[in-house]
Ligand binder design. Structure first.
Ligand code: SAM
Length: 270
């Protein structure tokens, strides 16, 4: 049998959504985490999920694959990104699984949905709400959309490097993923991040994704979640391996580490 050939990637043929998925998305791990927090906090299995800012809806796809009882609703504003989501759903799900997944083109601040057990907002998308007033409005809308014992799971990033205007690179499958902070304003918390993709043949997709948002801190987020009515908010912090790198194991923590870069999850209980 011949060797498995690695796809030769170049700027003119690459699909930025595929590059994004390979670089930053981990639907299996994120669905595992949702199941873990449900076991630990509620002692039961969750079956109804709403994925806010769903983009290409890959968490919804993973969710309906996991169990025949699972249903998912994905919400995103962008018709273009939802068109890619529909393509992924067609390619990755069987017809019966597809009936358990609904996409809504709409604003998470305004879209009314049936009550669900769990809502997730991943890859920091709610950072787009740059004022406390707007963020509070969003968290309140999430609170209202949950069942009585529902959980809201969201992620956040931070660390000393996140306040610096620098770029970090990582090798992915045959290309380089770069995360840049172009600008950070310590007075407002406003931050501009870019994702660039660079290829072995010297071509690149600069600013493939740009985010102009606010770097919210964990204490601010916990306070605002409580202010809109969530009873309890837990931060899940990542464990470390023997080299001090994140090991993908998350546990409820009251003390984090003042490291250069971290990602954490918050779980807010209705
Ligand atoms: C940072 S991407 C995250 C995509 C995906 N959730 C992920 O984990 O990679 C942000 C997404 O939020 C969508 N978006 C921005 N504002 C929104 C809003 N008010 N309501 C719904 N979707 C919104 C954008 O169209 C974009 O697809």
């Amino acid at each position: 049998m011949g060797k498995k050939r690695r796809k030769k990637r170049t700027a003119s043929t690459a699909d930025i959504h595929e590059l994004y998925e390979l670089s930053v998305q981990e639907p299996e791990a994120e669905v595992d985490l949702i199941n873990q927090v449900w076991r630990e906090i509620r002692g039961r299995t969750c079956h109804t999920l709403r994925e806010d800012f769903c983009g290409t809806a890959i968490n919804c796809i993973e969710w309906v694959k996991r169990s025949g009882q699972n249903t998912a609703v994905g919400i995103d504003l962008s018709p273009d990104v939802l068109a890619i989501a529909r393509k992924r759903i067609q390619q990755r799900l069987k017809p019966a699984q597809r009936t358990r997944l609904t996409l809504i083109e709409g604003d998470v601040l305004k879209s009314a949905t049936e009550p669900v057990d769990c809502i997730n907002a991943f890859n920091f998308s709610y950072f787009l709400f740059k004022t406390r007033r707007l963020l509070k409005r969003y968290f309140k809308a999430v609170y209202e959309a949950l069942n009585d014992d529902g959980l809201f799971v969201l992620d956040a990033y931070g660390g000393s490097d996140s306040y610096l205007e620098l770029e970090e690179d990582r090798e992915v499958e045959g290309f380089t993923y770069a995360w840049e902070t172009e600008h950070y304003n310590p007075i407002t918390g406003d931050i501009i991040n870019h994702i660039h993709f660079r290829f072995r043949d010297g071509t690149s997709l600069e600013k493939a994704y740009t985010y102009e948002w606010r770097l919210w801190s964990l204490p601010e987020l916990q306070e605002i979640l409580r202010e809109v009515g969530f009873q309890n908010v837990t931060v899940y912090w990542e464990g470390t391996d023997e080299d001090g790198e994140g090991d993908g194991e998350w546990s409820p923590s009251r003390r984090g580490e003042a490291c250069q870069g971290w990602v954490a999850y918050l779980v807010a209980e209705k």
